[in-house]
Ligand binder design. Sequence first.
Ligand SMILES: Cc1cc2nc3c(=O)[nH]c(=O)nc-3n(C[C@H](O)[C@H](O)[C@H](O)COP(=O)(O)OP(=O)(O)OC[C@H]3O[C@@H](n4cnc5c(N)ncnc54)[C@H](O)[C@@H]3O)c2cc1C
Length: 394
Amino acid sequence: MPAKGVHNLASAPRTHHDVAVIGGGVVGLSVAWAALRRGLSVLLLDRGDPEASASFVAAGMLAPTSEVAHGEESLLALGLASSRLYDAWCKELAESSGLDPGLRRCGSLMIARDRDEAEALERELAYRERLGLVAWRLRPSEARRLEPALAPTLRLALEIPDDHAIDPRALTAALAAAVCAAGGEIRHGAEVAALLHTDQRVEGVALRSGDRIGAERVVVAAGAWAAQIPGLPEHARVPVRPVKGQILRLRDPSGAGLVERVLRLADGYLVPRGDGRYVLGATVEERGWDRDPTAGGVFELLRAAREALPGVDEWIVEEVAAGLRPGTPDNSPLLGAGELEGLYWATGHYRGGVLLAPITGEALAAALTGEAPPPEALPFTPGRFTRAREEVGV
Ligand SMILES: Cc1cc2nc3c(=O)[nH]c(=O)nc-3n(C[C@H](O)[C@H](O)[C@H](O)COP(=O)(O)OP(=O)(O)OC[C@H]3O[C@@H](n4cnc5c(N)ncnc54)[C@H](O)[C@@H]3O)c2cc1C
């Protein structure tokens, strides 16, 4: 008779690893690579539907200054800390993987198209100045000198020189190669069907195929699906929901150079890849697990882009997609140990998982090895939700 809370331990696991990571998006891969570099043996399991992952559709802005919002100053500190790691992290990644992770130090412009947007942008500038962030006010003529393709109707712009961008598809390819080069194993088509655990601690995972894998520690990095992994005891669950984002991939048939910087509009953004390809995003919709792009979503994105940049009319639409961001009740990530010994969370990165990938790797590697985590990660322990539930007696 199994002890209370024991899940699926009828037969012994066939293989054993220090760490099993569930999820092969940018977060799971970053954690796996960081853990390997601390000398742990790592098996990464992904169910093998990469196009469904948020990392596959993401635009790849690294934009803590552009995206800071009132009340989210801890998240800003986390984003800035991750942003500071990015250059060295990408350099090591390129060396380890032999692949270019696609970082572009291009800077960003926040754009106001009319008087209301210009007034709002002045308030955004004042807020950033109070926080000591680098943001420069540009008159329309100055902004158009930097980006001549901007519409002449432009009212105001802010230059954010330290917000850059990366190609998340190049980044995940480089991370996967680096994980393998460091001795890690990545298994695709490996859907985790249950977390294996006793009353006290995690023992591994069971796959849909029936395989059982032993692991000292299990990191749940399954994005929007993180809370759905079967077999977790109720008290150890964390709240994660899917938040839909529609996005377009466009190509300028006349080649590179029309836009160099990330352009941030009041209701969208345009990210140049530097080779004539652009990403135009993104809607933010609470629609459960729906991932269908809609005419309305695509129309609104194109309308916003065309008002700021008339040249968009000539571009070729290469891809329309939608992804699911992993959202938590405070839309901030869950980084670190969970409520069962050996259980760790790396999820809930919502709109910033690409930006937060390096610091997430550092925070989880520290948690897995008992080191002190980066101080900026401390406010993001998963316990903030499990404790809140205990306090209200749920
Ligand atoms: C339209 C859009 C634009 C975005 N733009 C940006 C941006 O510009 N900058 C930025 O920083 N962030 C951006 N984001 C957010 C970013 O994409 C996410 O925060 C990040 O990709 C989350 O990564 P992840 O690895 O946690 O999740 P995912 O990338 O979704 O990966 C989760 C993986 O887990 C796997 N999985 C799930 N369940 C199981 C299971 N049971 N067994 C095995 N595997 C499983 C899935 O198949 C998937 O591969 C954007 C998101 C969207 C949707």
